[in-house]
Design a protein around this ligand. Structure first.
Ligand code: SAH
Length: 212
């Protein structure tokens, strides 16, 4: 069981770090992060750290999940959100409790299957899964008012810019692995016009090519 005490402490830390969207904090407080990681690591589930989930991948740090979600919600009118990098499905679960429809793309089949089973057993039925290379987005369901990318490409994939609705927000880390990466918020203000803001300095696993 999630320790109520440790999840409360985590939420206090996030507030100290500047997260102040009450809905985001509440969803992070009530989502059982220990169910998304290996049992051997469960004592670390409510610490503010990224943790390994196998295949060389990680579950994102709660602060980063909160920061990205908060930035996305500023869009204010999210109907469909595209997530690139399902991983263990933790960020997906947070999004699915805050927006009507979540479309999530993952390139590692085993991670996708496990995330699908986990999220289904949590009763989240507004998530659509796609086994693919997220560099291509998920064109069939575009446009999206929000796109969130949880692995870092060297530069912003063109398909994601194209699949963003006018008025939509793209939250994406960009930069080489083990090097300087920044978290960007890109707003499609008009059909052919995008505005870019830097939110944070971050450290993500790379957005890889192809499927596995
Ligand atoms: N949101 C996840 C973070 C997982 S780490 C979580 O909270 O668990 C990043 C994920 O992005 C990994 O699962 C990795 O396999 C995936 N990924 C990397 N490159 C990708 C690509 N090109 N397309 C789709 N997913 C990708």
């Amino acid at each position: 069981m999630a320790s109520k005490h440790s999840s409360e402490r985590l939420i206090q830390q996030l507030q100290h770090q500047g997260i102040n969207n009450a809905m985001v904090l509440e969803v992070l407080r009530t989502t059982p992060r220990h169910l998304f990681i290996d049992e051997a690591l469960s004592s670390h589930a409510y610490t503010n750290h990224a943790l390994p989930i196998g295949y060389g991948q990680t579950i994102s740090q709660p602060y980063i999940v909160a920061r990205m979600t908060e930035a996305l919600l500023e869009q204010g009118n999210l109907d469909k959100v595209l997530e690139i990098g399902t991983g263990c499905g933790y960020q997906t679960a947070i999004l699915a409790q805050l927006v009507p429809q979540v479309y999530s793309v993952e390139r590692i089949k085993n991670l996708l299957t496990k995330a699908h089973d986990r999220l289904t057993s949590l009763g989240l039925d507004n998530i659509h899964f796609h086994y693919s290379d997220g560099h291509w987005g998920w064109a069939e369901n575009a446009p999206y008012q929000g796109i969130i990318v949880t692995a870092a490409p060297a530069s912003v994939p063109e398909a994601l810019l194209e699949q963003l609705a006018v008025g939509g927000y793209l939250i994406i880390p960009v930069g080489a692995q083990n090097s300087y990466q920044v978290l960007l918020k890109i707003i499609r203000t008009r059909r052919n016009h995008y505005e870019q803001y830097t939110l944070d300095e971050v450290s993500f696993v790379p957005l890889c090519q192809g499927i596995s």
